[in-house]
Write a protein that binds this ligand. Structure first.
Ligand code: FES
Length: 135
């Protein structure tokens, strides 16, 4: 049911923890399953130089967060913003259909952290295409 990569990131998640002096913090939750994801980013010269995450969630959400932090580290804010849940799920060699929403949380939390950073810098938040899908 789960790929080896999902299992590996679940058993050995990367970048778990808190960045105390984070430049941006994102937190999102899924009301239906109750899972909550929080991500911290450190930004230098428009590049995400460090990131960590905390989670209260399922194994797929742990693996998605872990993979998301691995993907965005070293990326510009623009490139990190373009990461979709499909990118995260594909990087994990797929997720079961009923677990795809776990990777959506990862996309949302990246956007939330980037926009937190932008607002703290006095910039307008970017509009996420996911916003229109939320109710
Ligand atoms: Fe909801 Fe995984 S079951 S995030």
């Amino acid at each position: 049911m789960y790929s080896d990569k999902v299992m590996e990131h679940f058993m050995n998640p990367r970048n778990v923890g808190v960045i105390k002096d984070a430049d941006g913090i994102g937190e999102v939750g899924n009301a239906q399953c109750g899972d909550i994801m929080r991500i911290f980013i450190k930004v230098k010269n428009n590049i995400i130089v460090d990131t960590k995450f905390m989670i209260f969630g399922c194994g797929s959400a742990v693996a998605s967060s872990s993979m998301a932090t691995e993907i965005i580290k070293g990326k510009t804010l623009e490139d990190a913003w373009k990461i979709t849940n499909k990118t995260v799920a594909d990087s994990l060699d797929g997720l079961p259909t009923i677990k795809m929403h776990c990777s959506v949380l990862a996309e949302e939390v990246i956007h939330a952290a980037i926009n937190d950073y932008r607002v703290k810098q006095g910039m307008e938040p970017w509009i996420s295409s996911l916003d229109s899908e939320m109710v």
